[in-house]
Every structure is written in structure tokens, then in C-alpha cells.
Write a protein that binds this ligand. Structure first.
Ligand SMILES: [Zn+2]
Ligand SMILES: [Zn+2]
Length: 361
């Protein structure tokens, strides 16, 4: 190869490398509408670093959160399980301290947290909004959760269906719950969904959470309806840690898990209403009408008809506009199409009922 050619090739390679590193820092926004006067924050409250059994340095978690369009994260290294301790000296505060400067630069809310780790039952519990993690390092679980509660920490039960042989709600969970030492529960964790946890959350009014519990580096930076980390949507008065804490204690959450939303009916209903825009009929014949349906959210909406009118199945892909043709009787001023949104779960196996109203006037 001639020197000129080599130089040209070298320049191309450098440009490619620069383009790759610049692209790595792009933030891919996730679209979910604000609802009921609250802002919708995209959050992941469960992840690990080399300071427990994760394989990444804490700053990496913040970079990932930025690229994947998250608003808030907490690093929840295990207090009692430190497999890298020969190389990384145990220090419960360090993962937070190391991640904080980058979080400030990227405007990611970083919540100081830890994972209390016990055999199943009782299992694992995350605590968010801690001042000092050290007092949680106790022999007895109740003492650890009391130390967390003394700091007004938000405590939730992690991956409650993790060990199938010990699956269930035990006396210790009742004890925690009745003493207000458990405020929330992971209904989903990573790739797992726990219908029984979903039911307990509804019955006991526990805040529903869905988190990644990621240990390895996040290899995907672009989020799509089919390919994204499991996350919690939190409906806050303001985008800050205090408002986030208030919202979590008040149970204002929904979960984005695979191509599903899971949460209380009122929040899923509000998300549906703010996401789906029904256009004005733009074309009509004697017996049919055409309208557009726009889905301004990141989740693909999958509906099944429960009424008598409209297509049997109606799918609204994310961030896209779909065309709907439906029959109309002469002289009608309004068409009401009744559906169930199969992938908006308001209880295990129960989709959200919705009406689509088309105004013909
Ligand atoms: Zn765990
Ligand atoms: Zn964990």
C-alpha cells in the first residue's frame, strides 16, 4: 500500500472511531407521557457494580442510564455479599460516591441505596434514600430494616419469586409489613414477572416496582418496545429526589416490562389516555369512517375487542400513527369502540378496559 493510501485509510479509521465514541454518548429518549399532573420519570432502582457481585465500575452505570434515557437510578450493592473484596476493599458508600459526579453532569438522579441480603425466606431487600449504609450491616434482618426506617429509607422486597422452592409470603414478611418495614415489592425483576407479587401488591397496597438487577455491562444502548431494561415509571410532582421519594411512598408507579405495562388501573388508564390520540374522521362513506390513532408512547398497545364494533384486534405500534376503518350507522354522531388492552396489566391476567370514542360531528 502506498503511503498516501495508508494515510487516507488511517484518517478514515480515526473518523470511524470518533463517530463511534460520540454515538456512544447519545441519549435515546423513552417516550411516556406525563399523567394526572405528574411528571413521568423512567427509573431503575436495582443494579450492581464491582463493589458487590457486579462486573462494572460505578461510573458505567450512570453512562448506561444516560444512553438508555433513564431519569433516576440507584446502585444497590449487596451489603453482605462482596465476592470481589480481595481486589475491591469493602466500603458501602463508595459505589455511590464514585458515580455521583457523573450523575450530576448527566442530570441523572442518583439515589443512595443498598441491598440487604438474606437466605430465602426472607430473601433480599433494597433500601433507597439512605444517608449512611453502615448501620444496616447487622446480624438480624429486623434490626437492619429498622436502621433503614430510622433514616426514612424506602424498603422493598426484591425478586420475591427468585427461588421457586421457597416461593411465598412468610411470617417474616407479615412482620416486616405490619411494622412498616416494607413499603414496596418487585413485581418484575430482569426477565421475570411474579404474578403472586403482583397480587400481594394490590391486596396490601405495596408500591409496585420493576427493575433490571443488572450485574453485567448493559450492551444495548437503544431502547425499543421489545428490547429494553425492565424499569419503573414514577409519577412525581417535580424532578428531584424528594419528590421521587414521596411518589414511591405513595405508590405512584407503573412498570415497563417487555412489551407490557403493569400497575394500578388509574395510572395505566391515565397513561393510555395521554398516549393515544384519536384523530378527527378524515374520510367517510355512507357506512364507514376512517380515522388515525396515534400512539405517542414507547409501548406497543395491543387491544382486543369486547364490544360489537371495530376490528377484532387493534395494535398501535409505539411512537407511530395507525389507520382505523370502522363501520357506522347513518345518523350516528359518535362511535364508541370497546376494547381491553391486553398488555396493560391492572391485575394478573387482567388487561385494562378502554373505550375509543370517535366524534362524527
Ligand atoms: Zn438480590
Ligand atoms: Zn440485586
Amino acid at each position: 500500500m502506498k503511503i498516501k493510501q495508508r494515510a487516507a485509510l488511517f484518517i478514515i479509521l480515526v473518523q470511524l472511531l470518533l463517530a463511534a465514541s460520540a454515538a456512544a454518548q447519545v441519549r435515546h429518549e423513552i417516550n411516556f407521557p406525563d399523567v394526572l399532573g405528574y411528571k413521568t420519570l423512567k427509573c431503575d432502582f436495582h443494579m450492581h457494580t464491582v463493589f458487590s457481585d457486579g462486573t462494572v465500575w460505578p461510573t458505567v452505570r450512570v453512562d448506561e442510564a444516560w444512553r438508555e434515557g433513564l431519569d433516576a437510578i440507584s446502585i444497590t450493592d449487596h451489603i453482605e455479599y462482596q465476592p470481589h473484596k480481595q481486589d475491591v476493599p469493602p466500603n458501602f458508600a463508595r459505589s455511590y460516591e464514585i458515580a455521583l459526579p457523573g450523575a450530576k453532569e448527566m442530570n441523572i438522579l442518583l439515589i443512595k441505596a443498598a441491598e440487604i441480603t438474606r437466605e430465602t425466606p426472607p430473601g433480599h431487600f433494597n433500601v433507597l434514600f439512605l444517608q449512611d449504609i453502615d448501620p444496616l450491616n447487622t446480624e438480624d434482618l429486623i434490626d437492619a430494616t429498622k436502621a433503614a426506617a430510622a433514616q426514612k429509607g424506602f424498603i422493598f422486597w426484591n425478586h420475591p419469586g427468585w427461588k421457586p422452592e421457597h416461593r411465598g409470603w412468610f411470617d417474616i414478611h407479615t412482620q416486616l409489613y405490619e411494622n412498616k418495614l416494607m413499603h414496596g415489592i418487585e413485581v418484575t425483576n430482569g426477565e421475570s414477572y411474579y404474578p403472586e407479587a403482583h397480587q400481594w401488591a394490590l391486596e396490601k397496597n405495596l408500591t409496585m416496582l420493576g427493575n433490571s438487577d443488572i450485574h453485567q455491562p448493559a450492551l444495548e444502548s437503544e431502547t425499543s418496545a421489545d428490547n429494553h431494561r425492565t424499569m419503573t415509571l414514577v409519577f412525581v410532582r417535580e424532578r428531584n429526589a424528594d419528590a421521587l421519594k414521596e411518589a414511591l411512598f405513595e405508590g405512584r408507579t407503573a412498570i415497563w416490562f417487555k412489551n407490557q405495562l403493569i400497575g394500578k388501573g388509574k395510572y395505566l388508564e391515565a397513561l393510555f389516555k395521554e398516549s393515544v390520540r384519536i384523530g378527527k374522521p378524515h374520510h367517510r362513506t355512507k357506512d364507514a369512517v376512517w380515522v388515525t390513532l396515534t400512539n405517542a408512547s414507547a409501548v406497543g398497545i395491543e387491544m382486543e375487542r369486547v364490544g360489537t364494533q371495530g376490528p377484532e384486534k387493534l395494535t398501535l405500534p409505539p411512537n407511530a400513527t395507525s389507520l382505523l376503518k370502522t363501520a357506522r350507522a347513518e345518523g350516528t354522531e359518535e362511535i364508541k369502540l370497546s376494547y381491553v388492552v391486553r398488555n396493560f396489566l391492572i391485575a394478573p391476567d387482567k388487561g385494562l378496559p378502554v373505550d375509543l370514542t370517535i366524534d362524527l360531528r
